[in-house]
Design a binder for this molecule. Structure first.
Ligand code: ADP
Length: 482
């Protein structure tokens, strides 16, 4: 049935549920309505039924209904107002209708009992309504508080219900995603964007999704955002909502890119002069040898050693920037890994601090890998073992074949690494910053490069170590059967 807006708003105003939370505890409307109701009943009895006593029971029921209604609509005051009018009407009936004195006393007693009952009902229902009003208001205030906080936050925030409908989002979320946020944007196929995946994942698994990076096209420009999402559980552990936090990391990315560009350019610029320096040092060394100038040869040896260190640092810088830009290439060939380990150890013999490097391979090990890069990893493990362990302590290399994989490990009896640092030392430019570690030179690139090399060979890399108890660095590679 089509209804007019006026009719609709009247219905809305009369519906007590629509008044919940409004705290409209008026008495005028309840009084006027109950007076009107009582008058109608009275008129109906007198003029239609021609018997003023005929409406007793229906009148009680109808007026009780009105008390309940007004208590629920206008609180305790509304209920009591309706009760008062009803009791007055009953008093009017008793005083105007003729009845024997005996009956009248019973009638007054009944009215008294009804008055008590009605007041009780009005107070209970009205009280309940007022408590509900308070709860609704508290909830609304809470929501407003939350909304204000969420709007002020410097990050983007999107709160969804358990079906991924957006229930709350701030301006920053729109700014960072570069699009208007609508209730159905996450579930609506048309608006599917990759950066809403964390919400879906967290709602499906209940586990938080931490700092996923995405690129978004914001007003024609490529921007970087970091999205984290957490499911909200109720007291019995069920997922009821999810909160998503969006961070704009474009500036950070830009700085990182500039840093990478700088490393890239600087390392390539440094490479050429160092290579020529090394060449000239070699030429000079040849001449000095011919002149039998031993002291100068020794000095030049030191220069050569330092130049080689510089060369290796620059090589690492170049590798890091190649890895960053995905430009490191690998040439895989089958070779004997046990032999490569032996060769690498021999190459490092003169550089130890009187540490003895042990290695006793038992079987030939064949791998299909980039020999130069794998030797780089072994060298990195060994030079670190030499660097981070005291003189005269042994360094042991093991290679064990197991389940089509070989595990190569390098064990030292050096300063060790706390568990908290085990993952971090494989990150780019990470160095442990304790007082012991500070005394060792380095830039924190070696293990990062090693990790990337091993990853590209589908192997694993890691460390077993405790502070002060030495370390065992290991990597695995798939073996081939020749
Ligand atoms: P660098 O040695 O140039 O600092 P690496 O990436 O090779 O860089 O190593 C990163 C960090 O890991 C080092 O700074 C050091 O703190 C720690 N580390 C590596 N190898 C060892 C080791 N054998 N014993 C103790 N600490 C080590």
């Amino acid at each position: 049935m089509a209804t007019t807006p006026i009719f609709d708003s009247i219905l809305h105003a009369l519906n007590p549920v629509s008044q919940l939370g409004r705290r409209s505890y008026y008495i005028t409307f309840p009084i006027l309505s109950t007076v009107l109701l009582s008058a109608s009943i009275e008129l109906y009895a007198v003029y239609v039924l021609h018997d003023p006593d005929s409406v007793g029971m229906p009148a009680i029921v109808i007026l009780l209904g009105s008390i309940v209604y007004f208590a629920f609509r206008n609180g305790i005051r509304g209920g009591i107002a309706a009760t008062l009018v009803t009791i007055l009407y009953y008093a009017y009936i008793i005083t105007t209708h003729d009845a024997p004195v005996q009956d009248r006393r019973v009638q007054w007693q009944t009215v008294l009992v009804l008055a008590f009952l009605y007041t009780l009902i009005a107070t209970i229902i009205g009280g309940l309504k007022q408590v509900i009003d308070q709860l609704i208001e508290q909830e609304a205030n809470e929501r407003r508080r939350l909304q204000t906080i969420v709007q002020q936050l410097p990050v983007g925030v999107i709160v969804t219900d358990k079906l991924a409908h957006v229930v709350l989002a701030n301006k920053n979320a729109e700014l960072m995603l570069g699009k208007k946020i609508t209730e159905h944007m996450i579930i609506d196929n048309k608006f599917w964007i990759e950066s809403t995946f964390p919400v879906i994942t967290t709602l499906a698994t209940g586990k938080p999704v931490v700092a996923q990076e995405y690129t978004v096209n914001r007003y024609g420009r490529k921007k970087y955002i970091q999205v984290s999402a957490t499911a909200v559980h109720n007291m019995s552990g069920k997922i009821i909502a999810a909160a998503t936090i969006i961070n704009d990391i474009s500036h950070q990315k830009e700085l990182e890119k500039r840093k990478d560009d700088f490393i890239n350019i600087a390392s390539h610029e440094l490479k050429t002069p160092i290579t020529s320096m090394k060449l000239f040092v070699d030429i000079l060394a040849d001449r000095l040898v011919k002149l039998n100038d031993d002291r100068s040869v020794r000095t030049l040896d030191r220069i050569r050693h330092q130049t080689e260190r510089l060369q290796s640092l620059i090589g690492d810088l170049i590798d890091v920037s190649r890895l960053q830009t995905g430009k490191m290439s690998f040439t895989k060939k089958e070779f004997r890994l046990d032999r490569l380990i032996e060769e690498t150890i021999n190459g490092l013999k003169g550089t130890t601090k009187q540490q003895f490097i042990r290695y006793t391979p038992d079987v030939p090990i064949f791998v299909n890998a980039d020999k130069f890069r794998i030797s780089q990893v072994i060298t990195n493990f060994l030079t670190n073992a030499i660097k981070y362990s005291p003189p005269k302590k042994d360094i042991t290399v093991f290679s064990r074949v197991d389940n089509n994989h070989v595990t190569v490990s390098v064990r030292d009896e050096g300063i060790g690494i706390t568990k908290a640092q085990h993952k971090k030392i494989f990150h780019r430019l990470y160095q442990v910053t304790g007082s012991t570690e500070k005394t060792f030179p380095g830039l924190g690139m070696g293990l990062y490069i090693s990790r990337e090399i091993i990853r590209k060979h589908k192997g694993k890399i890691g460390v077993l170590s405790r502070k002060g108890k030495g370390s065992t660095f290991y990597f695995t590679l798939p073996v081939t059967t020749p």
